[in-house]
Design a protein around this ligand. Structure first.
Ligand SMILES: [Zn+2]
Length: 203
């Protein structure tokens, strides 16, 4: 079923979306999800994940077995079809505060993974950024209520950090992963240089 939308409405609608559309990291830590705010249900959003090129597919519809695509170019939804119509009958938009909290949480994890920042520091920075990213205190409280506690993320953050920084508890006894060259770590197990060791001074 297609709905004819008057031209004027389409133009207004595009102008609004252009300002509000933003992206977030997917679970796999890539910037490949666009968030489309609902016009008909204020405070709610749809999430569309990139399929290929400029094509994005509704995340919830996909789980329900329906393909609902939109085309996004330069942060704007293209085409005249309203992105809120033609979803699976059980596809409901997400509360924006939940999605914003997810976004902050994923950015924090990516930050720790990329920089090796300490968990406590990354968590504090995330909490501080809530104030900057929310316009009202109500909005801020809603987002904070959906963020994980530090105790919940501490272990996971430590794991992200360990992927970048190998802890060295005893400087005289280096962990195995620091004794192997980059080449030694990257080649296949049947390669001559697999597990290649640095030349270490042995006394
Ligand atoms: Zn949908």
């Amino acid at each position: 079923m297609s709905i004819k939308v008057p031209m004027l409405y389409t133009c207004l609608y595009k102008a609004v979306v252009k300002m509000a559309l933003y992206t977030m990291r997917s679970v796999f830590m890539k910037d490949s999800i666009v968030i489309v705010p609902c016009e008909n249900k204020v405070g709610y959003v749809y999430k569309f994940a990139r399929k290929k090129g400029n094509e994005y597919r509704c995340c919830r519809c996909r789980e329900l077995g329906k393909d609902r695509y939109i085309t996004v170019v330069d942060g704007v939804v293209k085409g005249r079809k309203d992105p809120e119509v033609d979803h699976h009958e059980h596809c409901e938009p997400f509360p924006e505060s939940v999605v914003r909290a997810q976004q902050l949480d994923r950015e924090m994890r990516a930050n720790v993974r990329a920089t090796g920042k300490r968990s406590r520091e990354a968590f504090s920075e995330m909490m501080q950024s809530v104030a900057k990213k929310c316009k009202t205190s109500d909005e801020q409280a809603d987002v904070v209520a959906n963020l994980p506690f530090y105790s919940e993320v501490r272990r996971q953050l430590a794991r992200h950090r360990a992927q970048r920084c190998t802890p060295v508890p005893d400087p005289l006894n280096l962990p195995d992963s620091l004794r192997v060259t980059l080449r030694g770590r990257q080649v296949a197990p049947d390669d001559n240089n697999f597990d290649e060791q640095f030349l270490l001074y042995s006394g």
